[in-house]
Design a binder for this molecule. Sequence first.
Ligand SMILES: [Zn+2]
Length: 400
Amino acid sequence: MSVLVDYSDDPSVAIPLSSEMIERLRRLAQSYPKTVGTALLDRSMYHGQLLSKFGRLKDAVDWLEGLGAKYHGLASTDAEIGQWYIELLLDLAHMLKDQGAMEKARVVLRRATETGSMHPNIGLVLSCVAKSHEADIVACLGDSSPALNLSTDCLSLALQFYPLHDINIALLQHQHSQLVAVNEIYEEALSNAKDSATIMLNYITDDPAKLDRYRYHWLSEFWRVWASCLSDTNGPAPALILAGQGAKEANRVKAALRKNLYLCKISESYLGLALWTLGSIQLFSRNTDDAQKSLEEAKELWKARVEVRRFDLRNFALTLWALGFTYCLLGRHDDGASVHQELKKMINGLIYAEPTMHRVVKVALDQERRRPSWALFLEKVREELQCKHLMDVVPNAKIE
Ligand SMILES: [Zn+2]
């Protein structure tokens, strides 16, 4: 039954079956609470992921919120349930962020941090992970300096455990490198990105079996962020190979996961990010034809996702921004103009309808064009292109 639930791509089969499994486990758990309890909790959490996988993000959020409310009390006294509860909250926060409900996600992450502090033996590193996600949200909303402080605190706390929890620490440091970069401290961002990728790569080289399906996703991210930091400090040429590796890894993950739609949906966003970074670095290195291919592929991915996952509007915007310049460099000014028009229209459409996402998109574009890679590139194309529609969005011009 669980195979049918996990691998079916038909929601009318998988969702009722999943509900039935939970019901059966619930009945069994009344007689055998110790042996069945964990399976019931895991299945229940998975039901939320299942709803999300089929695009029912709102139902998934409602389900996980209900489940969380039910076990909130037990989570503070029972360490095992506490750990499960934190993982549930991390999932829930992720889904809320996907919806663009950044403030709600932040509240949930704080609850995860609090729960972690109640179980120091198992929960401390997990609560650091929650705090680091919170730092990411704070940065997305534009408060880059408080975000960096928050991230610095939790990274130094988690580092006390090293080499225990090495993968969680690598993830924290990886996240940290991005916050250092948005604070415009590029050399330090690079060294954090490199160190975290090295921990991750050593971990996998030691024993490839350790790379379970969840951690798979992260590999492309480590390459991508390292590439992007390297491009800011050493120029695009040395970053190209790393960025290509990121995209290759992301494609491999997507292919490996195509049977599991939930993970496949997650892997799409990593692939989109990998292609966007690769496309941007190809653009900076003037491999414009390749940049066009990468960015168009990323654009299609984001376009399909943003209807349900509103946070991806941010990634969609960044991709459109880079794609517009690519078209213009290829002499396709009409296409360049229309892509940037599409970007402006999207931003304007968010002002009243989704003010939080409006802010997130504007902050992302602003952070992006401050990066040395972009600043240098824009300086060059300004002389070269002289097209008016681009000058419209080139530095210092505010996108309202
Ligand atoms: Zn143009």
